[in-house]
Design a protein around this ligand. Structure first.
Ligand SMILES: Cc1ncc(COP(=O)(O)O)c(C=O)c1O
Length: 365
């Protein structure tokens, strides 16, 4: 049995006809840039999330960059976020000319430790940028409270959390804006790069709309310079087909996670913990193990692919050497980076495959 970490081919088989038809429709229309599917997908995604506006952009990274700019993050500002994330979270802050300030994570949820945020706030802090990592919502209420008291903007990095809920409300509706990635392997993934900024704020939406498309008011009148960060029409067409399946896919991911947790319970393996406030969509199913590299290699021999999200925290990346962090600065983050192991969790996995993976993990742990 060979089990990849993600199986996009298996998913494509289940939606091939509709996807092919949607792509062909865009080609037939030749409306490749800002076509009708972009507008419709924005409408449908906004409705799904429960937000007033959704603005399609070129990637999750573009979404973060434009959302941060739109809430006024600029040179000299600091943005508080986590180090246990993909580099785009920090990179978008730098792209605005601001400085990322990394706070440690809660070792149980892998999300920002809300008890450590206040002491990181300085007179330069402009925004909080929590990440809903692995599809699990960050603890938003304490963050929103801090933001209000210190007059900070909140931008959610919801790149991994399409459809996740915090206290019954979808992630992406808590901050001033939220950013989604449709990178192919995401719960809602395009067939290339794509992203979305979601917001209830008219001005933020207006700015992102303007800046994603060269500041255009009309074809050759530019109110600002802006960027070329548009959502591609073919990607929007594919995403419209897939959005209709997202609730069922997320539900299947949750069932898969439950089965893993039942099978791995009572062993030395630490399974994901879902706090009462959270309804995770399990973008990743992440366990903690000792001797991870040995276990990962043994699983590979059995045909099981796994992942590590993420092995080197941002504060220790060569790219952030200029910020002056040292090993030991963020202990929970650094420990997680040594121990986390992502198991296959995609919706098309069968219970037999999950049982096989769990039995092998148990045998090697
Ligand atoms: C947490 C997080 N933030 C940002 C991004 C950036 O998204 P993209 O790859 O679409 O630019 C990703 C995805 O790769 C991510 O996982």
């Amino acid at each position: 049995m060979t089990i990849p970490l993600v199986d996009l081919k298996a998913q494509y088989k289940t939606i091939k006809e509709e996807v092919d038809e949607a792509i062909q429709r865009v080609i037939d229309s030749s409306s490749f840039i800002m076509g009708e599917d972009v507008r419709l997908f924005e409408q449908e995604f906004a409705q799904y999330i429960g937000a007033k506006h959704a603005v399609g952009v070129g990637s999750g990274t573009d979404a973060l960059h434009l959302a941060l700019l739109a809430v006024g993050v600029g040179p000299g500002d600091e943005v508080i976020t986590v180090s246990h994330t993909f580099i785009a979270t920090g990179g978008a802050v730098t792209q605005c000319g601001a400085k990322p300030v990394f706070v440690d994570i809660d070792p149980r949820t892998y999300n920002i430790d809300v008890t450590k945020v206040e002491r990181a706030i300085t007179s330069r802090t402009k925004a909080l940028l929590p990440v809903h990592l692995y599809g699990q919502p960050a603890d938003m209420d304490p963050l929103l409270d801090l933001a209000e008291r210190h007059h900070l903007q909140v931008i959610e990095d919801a790149a991994q959390a399409h459809g996740a809920e915090y206290k019954g409300q979808k992630t992406g509706t808590f901050g001033k804006a939220a950013c989604f990635s449709f990178y192919p392997a995401k719960n809602l993934g395009a067939y290339g790069d794509a992203g979305m900024v979601v917001t209830n704020d008219d001005q933020v939406a207006q700015k992102v709309r303007l800046w994603r498309d060269h500041g255009r008011e009309s074809k050759y009148v530019h109110l600002a310079e802006g960027f070329g960060k548009r959502l591609d029409t073919i990607q929007a067409a594919v995403l419209r087909v897939k959005l209709r399946r997202l609730p069922a896919w997320n539900a299947q991911r949750r069932r898969n996670a439950l089965l893993y947790t039942q099978l791995l319970g009572g062993t030395g393996v630490v399974c994901p913990c879902e706090p009462e406030y959270a309804r995770s969509v399990y973008h990743q199913y992440v366990i903690r193990v000792r001797e991870r590299e040995r276990i990962q290699a043994r699983l590979k021999e059995d045909g099981i692919s796994t992942g590590v999200h993420y092995p080197l925290p941002l504060h220790l990346q060569p790219a952030y050497a200029r910020l002056g962090y040292q090993p030991g600065d963020l202990p929970a983050t650094e420990k997680a980076a040594e121990e986390v192991l992502s198991l296959p969790i995609y919706p098309e996995l069968t219970p037999e495959q999950i049982e096989f993976i769990a039995s092998r993990v148990k045998a090697y742990s």
